[in-house]
Design a protein around this ligand. Structure first.
Ligand code: RP5
Length: 161
């Protein structure tokens, strides 16, 4: 597995599945796992510390509310960590975003948009990171871009379904 997709709760899956679907569409292998910074802190340390030696290249971490998972994961691994702020009920994900984005200097998390767009883009960005050393993934991304552009050019009328 090249990408680890972790999330704070099963309730994050409807958002985080968009990262998995993007990786599926680009033929990039991944694993998915619930790892909670607060409810399973020891698992978080174990998973993050072992990821590099298991062959994982990029970790996508999604969490909502007091979203400490991406930052703490990054603290335990030198791998690139992409953080997805899950849209929370109480504060619409602004709490998640601010929890993830303001990392202190020295530990980096690449923060994506709130919700499903952020999750899909996390999958895309993970693939783009892998593509710097994998020509097959690079070709898949280039094809994805071409298709996306062509779909818009082929459907210019905003009133047509
Ligand atoms: C966070 O708390 C999770 O990432 C989730 O977004 C949020 C709520 O979790 P549940 O109470 O639905 O399990 O840790």
């Amino acid at each position: 597995m090249k990408v680890g997709i972790i999330m704070g709760s099963k309730s994050d899956w409807p958002t985080m599945k968009h990262a998995a679907e993007m990786l599926d569409s680009l033929n990039v292998s991944y694993e998915t796992k619930v790892v909670s910074a607060h409810r399973t802190p020891h698992l978080l340390a174990e998973y993050s510390e072992a990821a590099k030696d298991r062959g994982i290249k990029v970790i996508i971490a999604g969490a909502g509310g007091a979203a400490h998972l991406p930052g703490m994961t990054a603290a335990f691994t030198p791998l690139p960590v992409l953080g997805v702020p899950v849209q929370s009920k109480a504060l619409s994900g602004q709490d998640s975003l601010l929890s993830i984005v303001q990392m202190p200097k020295g530990i980096a998390v690449g923060t994506l948009a709130i919700g499903t767009a952020g999750a899909a883009n996390a999958g895309l960005l993970a693939a783009q990171i892998l593509a710097t050393h994998d020509e097959t993934v690079m070709k898949a991304i280039e094809e994805f871009r071409r298709n996306q552009t062509q779909t818009i050019l082929d459907n210019p009328d905003p009133q047509e379904p």
